[in-house]
Design a protein around this ligand. Structure first.
Ligand code: NDP
Length: 481
């Protein structure tokens, strides 16, 4: 079985512990890779390497840095098929989706920030005739980057690209469940001749390798995407060290369909926003609220389309849902199904493990599941399930929909379906969410801020926001005369 070694100072090196974690292909339930089980010693080596590289890299001209980023982006595109297959075999998503979404976005992330650094600028102000001020922005040093398993290469590159574009060096730790594309990305760094130590990759578990990165005294900023509970632990560990922190956390996103919506389009897109990537996207709309006038018709169409989705082999082009990422995660999602049955919640579709071929019989598959009649206070309605499980609830007035939508601790995103411009503006303003989509879902302009409110996170990512996060501003004030 292939061993994924750490990538430190431009070379693949075994973990100090000489221990490995088994990584499973979720479609078959069989181990397919061995991942370095790194600890604080590996993290210390990686941070030393990044610290050393920082001296030259932070002084490298933006144009030169951009050239490396463009080269990396091109190499990702050249390896698209291999990367998509690796991502699918590691995470479970269909190969077509990995190719269209994850790998395409990964190269785009590098191109986007390569362009950004060629155009970013400092600010200047004049105070009447007395003084002139300007800001001077500098990279901070070694960035600690921790990413989750659901969109492995997409989210990892969304951190690495801005970190190194703005002149920092990086130590990254992908999820132990999905390390393969991160490893292949390091091969690309070698081929692109990215200077040694600019990006270092440490594989292993969160509590060991991740925690060592968060608490390392020479890592002044941490960018984390993952669950809210982990985010809280990271914030607690980082706060006494006054580290700069960005937290992109979980969601329980409402999807509100008003009775003046384009029904066919709302159903079609709600199927995607409910079940794409097996529902394992932080932005999936897991709580559907449908206005009473179209409730029955919507439910009938939505349930029929959910039942028609193909669950199965992620290598097949017509598969919509592959397996969930791990056995533990499947069991967690199943515990919500059990809870729903105990509460007497109505199951309109799914709720079972599908029967598949012998090769996939031990995979972590689950049917797309639709609940109805869920009480607002139920765990099903309040907690992030992070699987192909949604609820549908009717509502009468706009105010009622807004109140239910806002009535959770999360606030990552929301979707609104209406043809009324006035209603779209009014409702979007009232929703507690970092992003509100109207008559669409998952469209993202990377220039604008992204992030959550309440328990969904701290800080924003985007063109200007990432510039601010990955650099430190100094204001210089020069008095006239
Ligand atoms: P986790 O919080 O379990 O893990 C995220 C990363 O943190 C992993 O690399 C994990 O390592 C690591 N980690 C775990 N514990 C620690 C620790 N104590 N110190 C440092 N690092 C640690 O999230 P998941 O991987 O389960 O991802 C799913 C979650 O991510 C969902 O809640 C989802 O909503 C959220 N998410 C949010 C997004 C957003 O933009 N807001 C986007 C995508 C996902 P390991 O797993 O190897 O132990």
């Amino acid at each position: 079985m292939n061993k994924l070694w750490n990538f430190i100072n431009g070379e693949f090196v075994p973990p100090q512990s000489e221990k490995y974690l088994e990584s499973f292909n979720p479609a078959t339930g069989k181990p397919h890779l061995l991942v370095s089980d790194s600890d604080e010693r590996d993290v210390a080596l990686a941070v030393d390497s990044a610290k050393t590289a920082f001296t030259d890299w932070s002084r490298t001209k933006a144009e030169e840095r951009a050239k490396f980023l463009y080269r990396i982006a091109d190499l990702i595109d050249e390896r698209k098929v291999k990367l998509a297959e690796a991502e699918s075999a590691d995470q479970g998503k269909p190969v077509w989706l990995a190719s269209q979404m994850d790998i395409s976005r990964a190269s785009h992330n590098f191109r986007f920030f390569a362009g950004t650094i060629l155009h970013s600028h400092d600010r200047a102000t004049r105070m009447d005739q007395t003084a002139f001020n300007y800001t001077s922005r500098k990279p901070l040093g070694v960035a600690g980057l921790i990413s989750p398993w659901n969109l492995p290469l997409y989210l990892l590159t969304w951190k690495i690209a801005p970190a190194i574009a703005f002149g920092n060096t990086a130590v990254a730790k992908p999820s132990e469940f999905t390390s393969h594309t991160a490893y292949l990305l390091c091969e690309i760094f070698q081929e692109a001749e990215l200077p040694n130590g600019v990006v270092n990759m440490i594989f292993g578990t969160g509590p060991r390798a991740g925690q060592a990165l968060v608490t390392h005294p020479d890592v002044p900023l941490i960018s984390f995407t993952g669950g809210t509970t982990t985010g809280r632990a990271i914030a607690t560990a980082a706060a006494p060290m006054f580290k700069k922190l960005s937290l992109e956390l979980g969601g329980k996103n409402p999807n509100i369909i008003f009775d003046d919506a384009d029904l066919e389009e709302a159903v079609r897109m709600s199927i995607r926003s409910s079940f794409l990537n097996q529902g394992e996207i932080c932005l999936c709309g897991s709580r559907l609220y449908v206005q009473r006038g179209i409730y029955n018709e919507f439910v009938e169409k939505f349930v029929a389309q959910a039942k028609a989705l193909k669950v199965g082999d992620p290598r097949e082009k017509d598969t919509f849902l592959g397996p969930l990422v791990s056995k533990d995660h499947l069991e967690k999602v199943e515990s919500f199904l059990k809870h729903a049955r105990d509460e007497g919640i109505q199951i309109l579709a799914g709720g079972n493990l599908p029967k598949l071929s012998a090769e996939l019989a031990n995979g972590y598959f689950l049917e797309p599941t639709v609940f109805a009649g869920v009480k607002h206070v139920s765990r099903i309605q309040q907690e992030e399930i992070f699987g192909p499980v949604v609820s549908i609830t009717p509502f009468d007035t706009d105010e009622e929909a807004i109140e239910m939508a806002n009535g959770v601790t999360y606030g990552l995103s929301a979707t609104v379906w209406t043809k009324s411009l006035q209603r779209a503006h009014t409702v979007a303003e009232e929703l507690h969410a970092g992003t509100v989509w109207v008559n669409t879902w998952l469209m993202r302009d990377l220039r604008l801020p992204f992030g959550g409110v309440k328990a969904s996170g701290l800080g924003r990512e985007g063109q200007e926001e990432s510039f601010e996060f990955f650099t430190e501003a100094k204001t210089i004030c020069i008095k006239h005369g």
